[in-house]
Design a protein around this ligand. Structure first.
Ligand SMILES: [Mg+2]
Length: 246
């Protein structure tokens, strides 16, 4: 029997990234797309609990939801799909999800929700600001999906995949989450009525130099695969904290 692949994203159902991903994954299994009806980037792992959610059919096996990426996976698995998916894939995001940005990412959170539901999951993003050619990322997603069907994934672990924009990709690296350097990311301005407003973000992406990080891999034209563990306990800190006398 063919495998069932659930596809979502945070850029919304109309993004070319999700279309390229769904197209590529159709060669690996039956694809079901359930995605937000509009862009929900940086929605993180938020779940909608205080209003109803509406589902709109956009085509055969394509559904839009007026909710977050997490809502989409949760609703797809627990409500819309007749069969439990064998794999959840989220993306292809327009822009990288590197370093600490993983904590804000709706793309990664969709894969997180899949993992929480016990389904092997990965997120895939294109590290670019303006040149969105999804070909290499889509091809790699299909390859990775096939491989996961053979090998499975470590328990409670999702893969956060980032693909460089350059067409001359050298291969892939297993990486650790890097550390972003935050600049003066908040812009303060005055609106036409003389009131102050703020705008978060917009500065150029910089990161701390670190070996084997996702930043380093993509900067050197490698696809980065970071295994992300959902148990966020810092086991290495146990010894130090056990010595505390609060
Ligand atoms: Mg996005």
């Amino acid at each position: 029997m063919k495998s069932l692949i659930l596809v979502s994203n945070d850029d919304g159902i109309h993004s070319e990234g999700i279309k390229a991903l769904a197209r590529a994954l159709k060669r690996v299994g039956d694809v079901f797309v359930v995605a937000p009806d509009r862009e929900r980037s940086a929605a993180s792992h938020s779940l909608t609990l205080h209003r109803p959610l509406r589902v709109e059919k956009h085509g055969p096996n394509v559904y839009a939801i007026d909710g977050t990426p997490t809502d989409c996976i949760n609703l797809a698995v627990n409500g819309i799909l007749k069969k439990r998916p064998d794999l959840v894939v989220s993306g292809i995001n327009k822009g990288g999800n590197l370093g600490d940005d993983v904590t804000y990412s709706g793309t990664v959170s969709a894969a997180m929700e899949g993992t929480l539901l016990g389904i092997p999951s990965f997120a895939i993003s294109l590290v670019s600001r303006d040149n969105f050619n999804f070909k290499i990322a889509a091809r790699f997603a299909a390859k990775l999906a096939r491989y996961i069907f053979k090998k499975g994934l470590p328990k409670d672990t999702l893969l956060n995949v980032n693909v460089p924009e350059d067409v001359n990709v050298k291969g892939y690296r297993i990486t650790k989450q890097g550390k972003r350097v935050y600049g003066d990311a908040v812009v303060e301005k005055i609106d036409p009525r003389g009131k102050k407003y703020y705008w978060i973000g917009g500065d150029i992406l910089r990161w701390e130099a670190g070996k084997d990080t996702d930043f380093e891999a993509t900067a050197n034209n490698f696809i980065s695969i970071t295994p992300v563990h959902l148990d966020m306990t810092n086991y290495a800190s146990f010894r130090e904290l056990h010595n505390w006398k609060i």
